[in-house]
Structures are given as structure tokens and as C-alpha cells.
Unconditional design. Structure first.
Length: 135
């Protein structure tokens, strides 16, 4: 079966982006973020001149610190456009996103694209990898 949308995947992707939201009194949803990933999940960022790749814990720890120690405040990011392809128990999401906040007291904003790979375990979709590039 090849589908181009899935309400369960749409909800997972929305929750993934929302996990980093620290506007107002919100705290980053690090426990929920960990639960979104299959064991062994990876997150990789492509940047000019280098590639960074992290395990889930390596990725979450510094971001949770920035989002709770005052470095990055009033932060949110959200998907602006997404397309999903599903083949039985595997799926791929092409996602464009925007982000805004305040970094070290200065306006912080941007966006980019992410490719998110997913697997269905029993009836639950989980993320296996995220590949992203800011623009």
C-alpha cells in the first residue's frame, strides 16, 4: 500500500515539533520526545562544511539545557508543509518548517527542511531518523 497521508504520522510530526516549544511557562517535552523514537534512532544535521549526527540522548541534552537555562526563550517551531509516503510499515516524511524565539536576548528565527523516516511497530508509528538542513 502506498499512501500519501496518515493521521497518526501527522500527529507524531506535530508532536515532534511541539516538543521544543518553551513559550510562556511551557517546558520542553523531552520525555515525550524520547518516546517518539525507535531504539537506535539518529538525528543528523547538514551544515555548510560539516555534518553533525547524534543519538537521541546526545541530541536532546544540549537542547533541553538551552530551552530551560534562558539561552533560548519563547521558542517554537512548526511544520509549514509536509508530504508523507507510506509503504506498509515504513514511511518517509518530507517536512518544511519555520522557527522563532529569542537567543541570548536577540531575535532568533529561521527554517529549513527535514526528512523524517518512520517505522510502524505493532500499531504505533515511531521515528527512526531525522535528517535536516536549515536554510
Amino acid at each position: 500500500m502506498n499512501a500519501t497521508s496518515s493521521p497518526d504520522i501527522d500527529a507524531l510530526i506535530a508532536a515532534f515539533y511541539a516538543a521544543f516549544d518553551n513559550r510562556g511557562t511551557r517546558a520542553p517535552a523531552t520525555a515525550a520526545l524520547r518516546a517518539m523514537f525507535a531504539p537506535g534512532g539518529r538525528i543528523t544535521r547538514v551544515a555548510p562544511g560539516h555534518i553533525d549526527s547524534w543519538s537521541i540522548e546526545e541530541f536532546i541534552a544540549p537542547r533541553a539545557a538551552m530551552l530551560t537555562d534562558g539561552t533560548l526563550t519563547d521558542f517554537t517551531e512548526w511544520e509549514t508543509e509536509g508530504a508523507t509516503t507510506v509503504f506498509r510499515n515504513i514511511a518517509s516524511r518530507q517536512s518544511h518548517y519555520r522557527k522563532v524565539g529569542t537567543m541570548n536576548g536577540a531575535p532568533y528565527f529561521g527554517g529549513g527542511q527535514k526528512f523524517i523516516q518512520l517505522i510502524r511497530i505493532d500499531t504505533r508509528w515511531m521515528i527512526t531518523s531525522v535528517l535536516w538542513e536549515d536554510v
